[in-house]
Design a protein. Structure first.
Length: 399
């Protein structure tokens, strides 16, 4: 029963609906909407990165009299063909061409996760995940009642050697974020990408490569996708949320054609198709190479704010607190002394008008309560230093 609305008891909810829970991050964000709160909680892109003029011009173009009918009409489930062609071309390599028949446009990459859950997971299915892993994936997959198995990780991410035949036997999929993972900010090295792709090719598991942050590499030195190593065994997820604007709710997946067909059927039952209008607006924005001009400015902003947070942590945090140094993305991962519970720390932090996300919800099983995630993407450097100073004082008082 939903305690906030007793009348829900009158509705014959399914077992699936009864098991639904709210996202820990979304609940925290309700608190952080107050303007006096310094929030390191949300994984929101900085509004300073939104190319508003370019999007406005694209919207005006697709709503001209000659374009408006198609932009406002129903369209194909697979997505707007020119946008699918753009995605296919962007991910094609000399050794691995991507066909448009592999590309499905989705309503955000979160929908892609849901479609994969519908298509691949039965109750009790073994699903392999990182330790920790993306909370949104857990929330999406959990609707289909999998049996999660956490794969050991270190400061570089997933450890391929840990994927023994005993661990992977019967696995429906392995879910991974190789680039600047949410929540840890880790990037999977090239050798590990090759090793995971090799295991997928050998039939150990289908590999889901979720890559919302790959473009946000501070040095502009991308590593090859796992898709490029094993295109028949990898589903690659991407999004326009981090490089254009999340309000477009526009993502995509690239899948082997046999699976692509079933994902299209699942999407037909979900929403018929992603909005024609936003697809055409996004294509108009990106079709002439705009992202290659725009992304470096986004990288530079996040790099500078990441450096500001690293400097603040070095300056303010007491001994016994550890954190990583990400090479890209929007997040830092902090490990506190073992006796400090980050959920309890959050309550004290909110009272001081500072917010973060406790780390435990990012674990599929047995969450570590002395961890937390910090996002620097939307906070200017001066506020980063102020907020980290307040947080450090609370931690120091508990050491």
């Amino acid at each position: 029963m939903n305690q906030r609305d007793p009348s829900i008891a009158h509705w014959p909810l399914s077992e699936r609906a009864r098991k639904l829970t709210s996202s820990a991050i979304r609940e925290i964000l309700k608190v952080t909407e107050q303007p006096n709160v310094i929030s390191f909680a949300g994984g929101l892109p900085s509004p300073a990165t939104f190319p508003t003029e370019r999007i406005a011009a694209a919207a005006a173009h697709v709503l001209t009299p000659e374009n408006a009918t198609a932009s406002l009409q129903y369209s194909a489930t697979e997505g707007y063909m020119p946008l699918r062609e753009w995605v296919a071309a962007r991910y094609s390599t000399a050794g691995t061409p991507i066909r448009t028949t592999q590309v499905l446009i989705t309503t955000g990459s979160q929908q892609a996760l849901d479609l994969l859950g519908k298509t691949l997971i039965d109750p009790g299915s073994k699903v392999l995940v990182e330790t920790p892993t993306y909370l949104g994936a857990l929330q999406s997959f959990s609707l289909y009642e999998p049996d999660y198995v956490q794969v050991p990780t270190d400061e570089q991410g997933l450890i391929p050697e840990a994927l023994t035949p005993e661990l992977t036997a019967g696995a429906r999929l392995l879910y991974a974020q190789p680039n600047f993972q949410n929540p840890t900010g880790r990037r999977l090295p090239l050798a590990r990408r090759e090793a995971l792709a090799a295991l997928a090719r050998e039939g150990a598991f289908p590999l889901i490569e979720d890559d919302p942050y790959g473009a946000l590499d501070y040095r502009g030195t991308p590593l090859p996708t796992m898709l490029s190593f094993a295109p028949e065994h990898v589903v690659h997820l991407g999004t326009f949320s981090k490089v254009l604007a999340p309000g477009l709710r526009l993502g995509y997946l690239i899948a082997p054609e046999a699976l692509h067909f079933k994902l299209v059927q699942a999407k037909q039952a979900t929403d018929l198709h992603t909005p024609s209008l936003t697809q055409r607006i996004a294509y108009e924005v990106v079709k002439d190479g705009f992202l290659d001009e725009h992304i470096p400015t986004v990288r530079a902003l996040y790099r500078d704010q990441c450096e500001a947070m690293l400097a603040a942590l070095e300056h303010h945090m007491p001994e016994g607190v550890e954190w990583n140094r990400p090479e890209g993305g929007m997040f830092l991962w902090v490990t506190l002394p073992a006796h400090i519970n980050s959920v309890e720390l959050l309550q004290a932090a909110i009272a001081q008008n500072v917010a973060f996300v406790p780390g435990a919800p990012f674990y599929a099983n047995d969450g570590q309560t002395n961890t937390l995630r910090l996002s620097f993407a939307t906070v200017p450097p001066a506020k980063i230093d102020e907020g980290i100073g307040r947080l450090a004082a609370l931690i120091r008082a508990r050491c």
